[in-house]
Design a protein. Structure first.
Length: 448
């Protein structure tokens, strides 16, 4: 049985209808004749499509039989972290994250829950067709011996301790576990992924088998059933929990760019939470090494999201290559997002400098004015504020360029989960949030 066969029929939202060009021309002409100035065209949504309900257990067991014994009523979701064009019009590669997870407070302490601990992250190929998102294919992420990597936490003391759906039973750590986010496809058919745990860059085969996981120097991740190479700067060991790599882009020459979701916790968590300075890294797939590192500065949180005053809510979720050394970078909170255009340059490379030393004080994150301290922060230009565009869902994480003036956007619906003890009913079944995985197409009046 293919994952596509598991889709159940459901009520769909109508596709946004466009106004015929002739009508638009007539209205503009009438307004001009009456002396009313024509309004400048704004960014707008031209299409909306939604993923149907696919039971998570059936989906997972169709890929790796026996991995999920109880999906607790959860449907396939969590594929909104990325959209990568798959070649044909309307088709994209996506990837799930680590699976359904939440937080429940027990005796005043938050515990990370994994309601479906056997779930295995999967590469999912989708097609946007009318108002529907259809699953065309799916590949499980597996170890060298063909076993599920799972999405469970890797290391005790570094990652959040994993618990059952009700936060009452501790689950085992799994060094193979991946919290996958971004994905690109190489010319040979293999895939590159990024992971939040390490943070890691992961190379997998065309069928989803992990070939190599690249992690920060000094991570000392042992017990994996696949090769691990310490090739990333050691300073990344200070990544904030659940805020490792999320964005991944492939430049025209084949180099990869990884975005650290949030500023590092240097010298401590409070400094990281208050910081506006994060990092992008460039990785050569030929040299299998990081070749450049760039400082990226967020706009103030109330600029990105006027309803938010907590700087720690700022994240980079998506980076998209739009030409030689040019990127779209998404700055967001869970409720709003803005897309910035940046250009990478040799002069902006800080790799191997003093801010890769975790004893440097003040740290990169603590600099209120990095440029004044001699740090060449990447210049950026606002392309669109998604918070001002009607019809764009919250928590947009995946972005793809469709053509010179159209973007495809997808939200992360978190598998319909919410935090807290009320996420599941008394029978241990999901109380679904009702948030669907939705792809929207966005027309930009001035292109990129």
């Amino acid at each position: 049985m293919s994952p596509h066969d598991l889709v159940r029929r459901r009520v769909r939202r109508p596709v946004a209808a466009g106004v015929p060009l002739a009508v638009v021309v007539a209205l503009v002409a009438a307004g001009t004749a009456a002396g009313a100035p024509a309004k400048a065209e704004a960014a707008h949504v031209t299409r909306t499509a939604t993923l149907g309900d696919i039971p998570l257990g059936a989906f997972s067991n169709a890929l790796l039989p026996g991995t999920v014994d109880n999906d607790r009523g959860v449907d396939l979701g969590g594929i909104g972290s990325v959209l990568y064009p798959a070649g044909r019009k309307g088709e994209y590669w996506t990837i799930t994250d680590r699976g359904p997870n939440g937080q429940i407070k027990v005796s005043g302490t938050k515990r990370r829950t994994f309601p479906v601990p056997g779930f295995d992250p999967a590469i999912v190929k989708i097609r946007v067709s009318g108002d529907k998102v259809k699953v065309l294919d799916a590949l499980p992420i597996t170890t060298s011996s063909g076993k599920a990597v799972t999405g469970l936490s890797n290391q005790q003391g570094r990652d959040e301790a994993p618990y059952s759906y009700d936060a009452q039973t501790a689950l085992p750590y799994n060094p193979n576990g991946l919290d996958t986010e971004g994905i690109v496809r190489a010319g040979d058919g293999s895939f590159w992924l990024v992971d939040e745990y390490g943070p890691s860059l992961v190379h997998v085969s065309a069928r989803g088998k992990v070939l190599t996981r690249y992690v920060p120097k000094g991570l000392h991740l042992t017990g994996t059933d696949y090769p691990v190479v310490e090739a990333l700067p050691a300073v990344l060991l200070h990544r904030k929990i659940n805020r490792g790599f999320e964005g991944l882009a492939q430049l025209p020459g084949g180099d990869l760019v990884m975005a650290l979701q949030s500023p590092l916790s240097l010298p401590d968590g409070d400094a990281g939470d208050a910081s506006l300075n994060t990092r992008l890294l460039r990785f050569s797939t030929k040299k299998k090494a990081v070749t450049a590192e760039y400082a990226y500065r967020f706009d103030p949180v109330n600029v990105v999201d006027p309803s938010e005053d907590d700087t720690s809510e700022l994240k980079i979720s998506s980076v998209v290559a739009v030409g030689d050394d040019r990127l779209l970078v998404e700055e967001r909170t869970d409720k709003a997002a803005r897309l910035q255009l940046v250009k990478l340059s040799r002069k902006s490379n800080i790799l191997g400098g003093r801010y890769d030393d975790d004893t440097t004080s003040p740290s990169l994150g603590q600099l209120d004015d990095p440029a004044a301290a001699g740090v060449p922060v990447l210049a950026k230009k606002l392309v669109v504020d998604l918070g001002t565009v009607s019809g764009v869902p919250q928590k947009i994480e995946g972005i793809a360029r469709v053509d010179h003036d159209t973007l495809a956007l997808v939200n992360d619906n978190d598998f319909g989960m919410t935090d807290g003890a009320g996420a599941f009913d008394t029978q241990g079944r999901l109380v679904d949030s009702g948030i669907e995985t939705t792809v929207v197409y966005l027309k930009l009046p001035h292109g990129i």
